[in-house]
Design a protein around this ligand. Structure first.
Ligand code: ADP
Ligand code: ZN
Ligand code: ZN
Length: 745
């Protein structure tokens, strides 16, 4: 297949990518035209000479061939950030499967509307005595608007901008002049946006440990030698990884380079950001989901203009258009949130390595519990591995007890607390120390079923059971459907239609029953709909406003609680029993991290792991805080069954209006794939089958898995299917590709 045509976009912006124009590539340029290249093309009726970017290649004209225009020439000007972004998008499209337009929309920032409402606030910069003097002055000078502002600020140090401009009828000019006089300051509401203004003190680097200095210098030495690579820093929380990142960034900045720092949104706490601000001042910026499109676009523009050295954010910060990127750092690289859930389903780690190769930058990964992928690559010598073994803040590793729940039941204990956990909680309550009770499931309250006939209340639109909430409503967590719990079983009429609760709400209730005097906070997806409520609960707990924090995996990230000396993991098996090849890895990570929450301060910590499978290797190694031991057993299993990272896997998901169409199309795909196999080729085709959740929002889901040792082979199968899908022009069905999926479907 020769690709003699190219799609060109004249104005490369998020809004315009839907309308590329196809041109013929003249023979003399055929070798040189690839996505990302800037070209001169004749455009419009007058064939005006315009520059544009090649975004894709094609093998045929989409237009009568004789009328199609030809690319005039390549624009030889230096490579631009746009070129790099297009190259990245093209790689994502090829590597993960999606249209080029979707891939471009993923990497290009959305332009903001010019008139954009912004929440601003006004802060008083002088004390009330001075304000009173100023008021008197203003009244003398008949500056009544100014006087109104100052009066309002007499009792309140901070006021919303809108209150002054709308309610008090004060003009922007008046407020600006007050700001110029240094009486007030006007700031954007979100403190994430630019907290720097308030931080006067900067902090110099800590004296580094020998090991830390070695890592920093090793990475920088490679970089200076033009020998960029990928590095994995394996070190428990508190072992000084962040300090290493800061050191590397500092040296990069000194060389005129910029840095991208990825941190999972949930771990993007104020304390973490503060460390970056204190070190690098206002040349640091943050991206997170609370920023508006406009604010995000502003950050991107500042980066492009060279006004920033460091950007911190979740996955999408990867596409920050820095002119001379030096390093991409990915903290907590094992986190699932680094994989995109929409097409293209890219992984930030792999994409970072791709971007870094285009820009000749280094990639530094860090984790206390590295992903199997990263450790495997390090083991194969593709990444350089560094270990940091000591906690620098003092504090020993906690003492861990593994409790066999079968034994508890045998001795007649039916409570959700083992006797050991109960007595340790009582000790904490007596000594005024804090405990965390951790439920390792994504979990909500349980389902509702009939004790007489076994009927389970399900969502009419999705293949999942409804969850019962405390307000009596039954809720679908996939589509949001709600209904009131019926008084009788819809199937047999029995009145024993009861909730089977095993969620965090249930645990909170049990804590209240068992320890009536304890003050309890609960944190889960329901109690933390917003970022603020999440931070509020965490800081209330950190301030000692509760004795016990009950929660899901959210509580094991981020914050440090020096007064927590006990962590109870209530049912370690919950994440183990998921029908998923990563269940063991996820369980090990969660347990290790949860255990690491105990004893962060000066007092030693204890951890109780309650389980029905105390002999399972994920649990044994987590209890011993032994990463290598876990890795050694897990990788054998992955190799045996040809799961990533030992081999590669492609999940193909069909989402269809009609169940039968979904199944038929997938069965057809499976036979197309098998027909095209080379003789004796080791490709495993599993399925198609119904997905574990076989219906969401009235759409039926079928899945087909392929396993092969060669990633590129799976890419070629994906390309073949994509071409086939395009020809068929299917209606009412969408096909998604997911390479090395994080979950099974
Ligand atoms: P991690 O990112 O691995 O959790 P940090 O870099 O946050 O580790 O370090 C943990 C704590 O130890 C922080 O309070 C940090 O300020 C401190 N720290 C880091 N490096 C040093 C060092 N060389 N000397 C003293 N304290 C350090
Ligand atoms: Zn019934
Ligand atoms: Zn539903």
């Amino acid at each position: 297949m020769s690709e003699n045509y190219a799609d060109v976009i004249i104005d490369i912006s998020h809004e315009k990518v839907d309308r590329p124009f196809r041109y013929r590539i003249p023979d003399k340029l055929i070798e040189k035209i690839t996505p990302g290249v800037r070209v001169h093309v004749p455009f419009g009726k007058g064939n005006k000479d315009m520059t544009g970017y090649v975004v894709d290649l094609a093998d045929k004209a989409d237009y009568p061939a004789e009328k199609i225009k030809e690319i005039a020439d390549i624009d030889e000007k230096a490579a631009t950030v746009e070129s790099d972004l297009i190259k990245t998008a093209y790689w994502m499209k090829s590597h993960y499967g999606s249209t080029m337009i979707t891939a471009l929309k993923t990497v290009l920032p959305v332009k903001h509307k010019l008139k954009q409402l912004q929440k601003k606030k006004i802060t008083r910069c002088c004390d009330s005595e001075e304000i009173e003097k100023l008021i008197a002055e203003c009244i003398k000078k008949h500056q009544t608007a100014k006087a109104r502002v100052l009066n309002a600020l007499l009792n309140e140090e901070v006021l919303p901008y809108s209150l002054l401009s709308e309610k008090l009828n004060v003009s922007a000019a008046t407020l600006n002049s007050l700001e110029k006089q240094g009486i007030i300051s006007i700031e954007a509401e979100s403190y994430f946006r630019n907290p720097v203004k308030r931080i006067t003190e900067r902090e110099a680097a800590k004296p580094l440990s020998e090991r830390q200095r070695f890592i920093i210098e090793d990475v920088i030495k490679d970089y200076r030698a033009g020998n960029v690579g990928t590095y994995l820093v394996h070190g428990i929380t508190g072992s000084g990884k962040t300090e290493v990142y800061l050191g590397i960034i500092e040296q990069m900045i000194a060389m005129g380079r910029q840095a991208i720092v990825l941190i999972p949104e949930i771990a993007l706490t104020y304390q973490t950001l503060l460390r970056f601000y204190k070190r690098f001042g206002d040349r640091v910026s943050v991206m997170n989901s609370t920023l508006s499109m406009g604010e995000k676009f502003d950050q991107m523009e500042r980066a492009r203009r060279g006004e920033l050295d460091v950007i911190i954010g979740p996955r999408s910060a990867l596409f920050t258009p820095f002119p001379q990127l030096g390093v991409i750092i990915i903290d907590e690289e094992h986190e699932n949130s680094y994989k995109s859930e929409s097409m293209p389903k890219y992984h930030a780690r792999e994409t970072a390595i791709q971007i870094a190769s285009v820009k000749s930058a280094s990639v530094v990964l860090g984790s206390a519990t590295p992903s199997m992928e990263a450790y495997y690559r390090a083991d194969k010598g593709e990444y350089k591995l560094y270990q940091l073994n000591e906690r620098l803040t003092g504090g020993q590793l906690p003492k861990v007890y593994t409790i066999d729940l079968r034994e508890e039941l045998k001795s007649g204990n039916r409570s959700i607390f083992s006797r050991k956990l109960k007595s340790l909680i009582e000790m904490r309550l007596r000594d005024g120390e804090q405990s965390i009770l951790f439920l390792n499931r994504r979990g909500y309250a349980g389902f509702v079923s009939c004790r007489a006939c076994g009927f389970v209340m399900k969502c009419p639109h999705c293949d999942v059971s409804l969850s019962e909430h405390r307000n009596g409503k039954l809720v679908c967590h996939y589509c949001g459907y709600e209904e009131i719990r019926p008084p009788k079983c819809p199937s047999c009429g029995s009145k024993y239609l009861l909730g089977f609760k095993a969620g965090t709400e249930q645990i909170e209730e049990s804590v209240h029953k068992e320890f009536p005097d304890a003050r309890v906070l609960r944190m889960d997806a329901d109690s933390t709909k917003t970022k603020e409520s999440y931070e509020k609960i965490l800081s209330a707990f950190a301030d000692g406003k509760a004795d016990i924090l009950v929660g899901t995996q959210m509580i094991v990230k981020g914050h440090d609680f020096p007064n927590v000396t006990l962590v109870g993991i209530l049912a370690a098996d919950l994440s183990l029993n998921q029908n998923d090849y990563r269940a063991g890895e996820r369980t090990f990570q969660l347990l290790t991290q949860a255990a690491g929450r105990a004893g962060r301060g000066s007092k030693p910590g204890e951890v109780v792991i309650q389980t029905y499978q105390p002999e399972h290797y994920s649990i044994v190694h987590a209890a011993n805080q032994d990463y290598e031991g876990f890795y050694a057993e897990e990788i054998v299993y992955r190799e045996l069954l040809q799961y990533p990272p030992a081999a590669h896997m492609l999940a193909i998901l069909a989402v269809a209006k009609e169940e039968e169409q979904g199944r038929n199309v997938m069965e057809h795909f499976a036979s197309l794939i098998k027909e095209r196999l080379d003789l004796g080729e080791a490709l495993y085709v599993i399925g198609p089958t119904q997905a574990a959740v076989s219906k969401i929002n009235d759409l039926y889901r079928h899945v087909l898995y392929l396993k092969h040792s060669d990633y590129e082979r799976l890419v070629r199968i994906k390309d073949m299917l994509e071409a086939y899908i395009k020809e068929q022009d299917y209606k009412n069905i969408s096909i998604q590709f997911d390479f090395d999926p994080m979950n099974t479907y």
